[in-house]
Design a protein around this ligand. Sequence first.
Ligand code: SAM
Length: 284
Amino acid sequence: MSIAESSFHYVADLVRRETSMLYEQGKEYLVEARLLPLAREAGDSDVDVYVSRLMTDAAERRKAIDALTINETSWFRDNAPYQAFTDVLLPQAIAARQATRKISIWSAACSSGQEAYSLSMLLDQHLPLGWTAEILATDVSTAMLGRVKAGRYSQVEMNRGLPATHLVRYFTRVGSEWEVSADLRRIVTTQHLNLATTFPPLPTFDIVFLRNVLIYFDLDTKRDILRRVHARVAPGGSLLLGSSETTLDLTDSWEREAVGRVQVHRPVPAAGAFGLTAPTRAAV
Ligand SMILES: C[S@@+](CC[C@H](N)C(=O)[O-])C[C@H]1O[C@@H](n2cnc3c(N)ncnc32)[C@H](O)[C@@H]1O
């Protein structure tokens, strides 16, 4: 069985409009694999019938978009960014925030929350007494945000990168799942946010994890997102991208610095920040 070309185009356009994610030709199998379970659930005979349903059913469209966002993630994904966080980025943020004793982190495109909760475990271990921290976890998928809030993971998900010591320390078993501790959940708040459109009002963050999501966008969208994220990183703060992502050749408003095995991106102050020219602030 294979999805009709017109159905594939409809779905690719829909996902692009709603999330800016690109489903290019050759990804028909992926669209089909992701929509088939929804088609069955809706009682449709195949994916093409289901795609016709999408044309008139807004609630079903939401479900389909959720199913088509790529939510691949794991605990302490790639390790090196988390090592850099513990060794360098967090100590730098602590040095910069002596006045407020509060650290602010953004897990942008958080998927089911393993990134945000991995960071909250490190904060639990390395934040000095008397300090507080906030992690804002955002995603375009409401289903994923629901998972972050629930903080529950299957055994298969737990097996992907979580050290056994952390399982014992931070999780309790609930039926067939594992639930993250209330202490870690208190640090993490969720918000719906589409990176590809104007951001809602946001604070500035000491550290931003924007990992493994830029790869899905075209060049203009990547540049636009990096421009808007730039305005949300505190001076001297840090941005971490996925291991195959970079700001190189996209924009010169970030400086790159090797920290261990990762490139940390630091915002170059906007033109005019030193009083040389009047700052122009584009909409963020
Ligand atoms: C591959 S996961 C990455 C998760 C995590 N950052 C990591 O590195 O493990 C990509 C996430 O980006 C989200 N996403 C896709 N398009 C988005 C958009 N336009 N705005 C915000 N999030 C988006 C998806 O829903 C998905 O949860």
